[in-house]
Design a protein around this ligand. Sequence first.
Ligand SMILES: Cc1ncc(COP(=O)(O)O)c(C=O)c1O
Length: 389
Amino acid sequence: MGTQDSPYLVERMQGFGTTIFAEMSSLAVATGSINLGQGFPDEDGPPEVLDAAIAAIRDGHNQYPPGIGIPELRHAVAAHQAKWYSLEYDPDTEVLVTAGATEAIAASLLALCEPGTDVVTFEPYYDEYAAGIALAGARRRVVQLRTPDWSFDADALERAITPATRVLLLNSPHNPTGKVFSVEELELVARLCVEHDLLAITDEVYEHLVFDGRHVPLATMPGMRERTITISSAGKTFSCTGWKIGWICAPPDLLDAVKTVKQFLTYVNGAPFQYAIATGLDLPGSVFRRAAAALEEKRDRLTAGLAEAGLTVFPSDATYFVTADISPLGETDGLGFCRTLPERCGVVAVPSVVFYDDKEAGGPLVRFACCKRLDVIDEAAARLRRLHA
Ligand SMILES: Cc1ncc(COP(=O)(O)O)c(C=O)c1O
């Protein structure tokens, strides 16, 4: 793992998840294993969205779109926030289209942080957070989500905030745990942001893939709309992770700051896909709920399979992922486990340790993706049962 204190960016960024994902994906190919490592679905999303992309290409929407995104998509994003969360954003000054949530997160961190800035986030963390914070020359301070229920200590959160803290980076619904932050937890986060005058960046890419509980954007909490950059993207909601259409909603001053960085990262991206996602966001609520229900069944089958294989499975209320503890198998090294799993039973997963600063806490945990066809999940579950045999 890289050290946060190294003067060299390359060292500060070493060992994050992407390297391990690549290793595990190569292992999956080399061994012909079922890949439950990286989170991408193996089925297409709504046909209306696919058709709209094809139509946009045929209609000639193939050149640079406007820097802030096409008006159709910015209006659709604003309408989506109003319809689902009663959050009002001006599509011309408060919505920015990005190259996936990935660019939105990086551009936001680069816009808001300087060398010496502290960023508070929760661990395990989506690995881009550590990399993005390192790229910005800032320092991460993490608060642990604890097994078995992924709760956190309110005092630990307060202690993590220093005079150098400018940003709190929240991911709900949360990858890798599947936690959906409760209203009480969001109220606490909001209170601390207001008290310490912090800006919030929230990553809500799994907003529509919630099975248990309800997704509540941090921006709806008192005092938060004016200090929050809300990020989401189309990849998970519409099963099109390769399209990389994301967006941010934020007050004009914060949006301008992110836009200034974004224009020199990608400038623009995905013109025809922006039309398709505008169509997707306008689809009726039933389409979104069906996608969540289908994934919920997959989550249930994978959870049952992992439990039958003898692992301790923690609750996942949302997202593409389920986390399990391998300790009941008499093993504690999740990385070693994942490196041998393809050979042992033909399944690939990722070691959660890459999402942790606290290597001991993350050591025995393994993340499995449930966003695969049901027959694939069932076959993976059958193979995993061999671990118990
Ligand atoms: C929590 C989280 N944020 C952001 C992303 C990246 O989203 P996008 O593909 O839109 O860049 C992912 C993708 O896995 C994710 O899990």
